[in-house]
Design a protein around this ligand. Sequence first.
Ligand code: NAD
Ligand code: ZN
Ligand code: ZN
Length: 358
Amino acid sequence: MAEVKGANPSFMLLEPHKVAFEDRPVPEIGPHDVLVKVKYTGICGSDVHYWTHGAIGDYVVKAPMVLGHESAGIVEAVGPEVRTLRPGARVAMEPGIPCRRCVRCLEGRYNLCARMQFAATPPVHGTLARYYALPEDFCYELPDGMSLEEGALVEPTAVAVHVCKQAGVKPGDRVVVFGAGPVGLLCCAVARAFGALVIVSVDINEERLGVAHRYAATHTFHSQPGEWPEDAAERLVDECKLGEGANVVIEASGAETCVQMGIHVARRGGSFCQAGMGKSDIMFPIMAMASKELIVKGSFRYNSGDYSLAVDLISTGRITVRELMTGKIKFQDAEQAFKDVKAGRGIKTLIEGPPEGE
Ligand SMILES: NC(=O)c1ccc[n+]([C@@H]2O[C@H](COP(=O)([O-])OP(=O)(O)OC[C@H]3O[C@@H](n4cnc5c(N)ncnc54)[C@H](O)[C@@H]3O)[C@@H](O)[C@H]2O)c1
Ligand SMILES: [Zn+2]
Ligand SMILES: [Zn+2]
């Protein structure tokens, strides 16, 4: 087993499939920053993609980088200007820090900031270390009764909150969600919390559809490989009794066929939101989209208010995330979490913070 030691042991990607534990300097904090002792980190497809390919699109790992971005921890130290947090506070950590000065930031869409510094997106180091520094206002204190494990699930929940806001989910809606991975499942849960009446979860994986059914979906639909998207859409609308079609379609699989099927499943005047990130170019049923006057939107990470709403939804029990935590792994065994996610084992694997005492 790998040795984990030093003041700030960190789990680093050196090159594809090559990782190491390194002791890195404890980050310095500015006047408005806090130093957090990281306790739990969830792993998702993007972490795994860097681990296997060393790049996502234009983001290429050119120097060793600490992985991880879905974390919660305990405040260790605070800068002199910090007003709302003290050492000992338990916080969910929002991992992307925008410049706060560009036009997109100032108009309130900081997730679109071109100068965003996002954890574990090269060249920015991630959170799989003992310590991580971030600004006070990107830490969200967990109310009593909300665990640090739940705190680590705030990140994908915030993704789902942003998707449901972009898609415009409202009371009474009939929503179809493609993909029953962590993001799709959380979109089902958030859509239900937003008042959706019918929530159809679509996947090719029967096991995940079982999770969706027990978790937050009112209906599930098993997508058949090879079925013509328009026919599959008709079958879905029929089987799930959607009448004119879905008011809102959320694509959270990244699969081309789901995009196509999603456009056909939407009712006239409905909305379609793309959250999945698969192939960069696809065949798109643009005529159906235009003639139904669909509102088509993208969704990228999270914006102002999404993290805090995610904390509120979880802490008040409007949504639950415990069902999605299917594995907990020691820091020393961190690479195993990447193997689990790659193999599609479970839903969300959490990595514990480094052991104390070195
Ligand atoms: N927009 C954002 O900010 C954002 C943030 C996080 C993740 N993502 C993206 O969202 C997507 C989902 O993330 P995740 O962590 O849940 O991933 P995941 O891989 O765990 O889930 C994807 C699911 O889609 C299913 N699927 C694949 N092909 C399918 C098909 N043809 N028909 C039906 N279902 C199919 C898979 O079986 C799987 O259950 C990914 O593409 C990811 O890159 C986007
Ligand atoms: Zn993630
Ligand atoms: Zn900016």
